[in-house]
Design a protein around this ligand. Structure first.
Ligand SMILES: *Cc1c(COP(=O)(O)O)cnc(C)c1O
Length: 361
């Protein structure tokens, strides 16, 4: 039997469902196909009969789900002859844009809020060679500027207002349906611009239309309390949260998100920063899965809604872990003031004594 040609990424896998042609040059880094991990310990600790799965999008090539959208957006930008892409970013979009631009041999301009992006994301944008414009303002202001400058300079916007981003990101829903063999009852996501929740709904809906019954879960979007326009019912001008990836007050997919919330019979809710961080730590400590703070909003919200009965027993729940924990080492280390770490002399006696003392409790 001949070996199968190497799987090269989600466009290759789902090309029949994506706007590409046979001769389109695909810009890929092998994104998608991320693990769907069933949580055993967390589910047990809640004391309710539910199945919780996490879709670990932090294992994409640049460490976040943004790669799913970026492979499509950059592929189409190159196909259309674009030589430069631009985005405003809370960090992960800039990392993905920079990487895919490098892969394609084009230029990436990224606008980031000065001092408000996690260290790993900054390192990525720098290494991949993006031109980094730190602005003295937040993401929402950066997004406004990007929209204006794209009218006056030959640059393609690769934020989630680019429809190809949503096309790429919808494939995460395909993967979940294929792996589970059914749709979850609830799908929980952290919400910033609401592009990803919109993309998942599109993916589920396309499967649904193709005749597979019940391919659509209730969609739940969780925001950080300091950056929760969907809870306030209006835009928020000075969003603040430790979860910098969702530090967004003017979501770009506002109308689409409200529409899918109604259509799916889901809801929006919010979490305090301390609850987001508690969920991040719980997941790492009890399951060995390290996500970035914003990602933990999905699991933290799901756990709360299982406990309070909004999500009934018997439910199958998928939580998207949007980004890798290594993106934001500072926030992780800050949380671990009580880490089991001691400095000792480099001798066998000291090492042995420390271990035996620790085992004795
Ligand atoms: C971009 C991002 C989000 C928010 O996604 P939206 O599509 O803007 O709602 C959440 N978590 C992480 C880690 C992200 O990078």
């Amino acid at each position: 039997m001949p070996f199968r040609s190497r799987y090269t990424g989600l466009i290759d896998k789902y090309r029949d469902h994506l706007p590409v042609h046979d001769d389109t040059r695909i810009i890929s880094l092998g994104e998608g196909n991320t693990p769907l991990i069933r949580l055993h310990n967390v589910s047990d600790s809640i004391g309710k009969d539910v199945d919780i799965y996490v879709k670990y999008e932090g294992l994409n090539p640049t460490g976040s789900f943004k790669d799913r959208g970026m492979t499509m957006a950059v592929t189409k930008a190159v196909e259309d002859g674009s030589k430069a892409i631009i985005c405003a970013s809370t960090g992960n979009t800039s990392a993905a844009a920079a990487a895919y631009a490098a892969r394609a041999g084009i230029t990436a301009y990224v606008l980031i809020p000065e001092g408000k992006i996690a260290m790993g994301k900054m390192a990525q944008a720098m290494m991949y060679g993006a031109t980094i414009l730190q602005i003295k303002g937040n993401f929402d202001l950066g997004m406004d500027l990007v929209k204006q400058v794209a009218k006056e300079a030959p640059v393609t916007i690769v934020n989630s207002i680019n429809p190809f981003r949503i096309q790429g990101q919808k494939t995460a829903a395909f993967e979940i349906l294929e792996e589970l063999g059914f749709a979850p009852d609830f799908h929980c996501l952290p919400v910033g611009n609401a592009g990803n929740i919109t993309a998942h709904w599109m993916g589920y809906s396309e499967y649904h239309k193709s005749g597979i019954v019940n391919a659509r879960p209730k969609m739940i979007g969780y925001q950080a309390s300091g950056a929760a326009p969907f809870m306030r019912g209006e835009m928020v001008d000075n969003p603040e949260t430790v979860a910098t990836a969702i530090r967004i007050g003017h979501p770009q997919s506002w109308d689409k998100a409200w529409a899918l919330q109604k259509e799916s019979h889901g809801w929006f809710d919010e979490l305090a920063d301390e609850d987001i961080l508690a969920a991040q730590k719980l997941l790492a400590l009890s399951e060995g899965v390290f996500c970035e703070p914003a990602s933990a909003a999905s699991l933290g919200g799901a756990i709360r809604d299982v406990k309070n009965g909004k999500i009934p027993e018997g439910s199958k729940i998928v939580c998207t872990l949007t980004g890798n924990g290594l993106k934001d080492p500072d926030t992780a280390i800050d949380q671990c003031a009580n880490a089991k770490m001691t400095t000792i002399d480099a001798t066998l006696d000291e090492v042995k004594r420390t271990i035996l003392d620790s085992m004795a409790g």
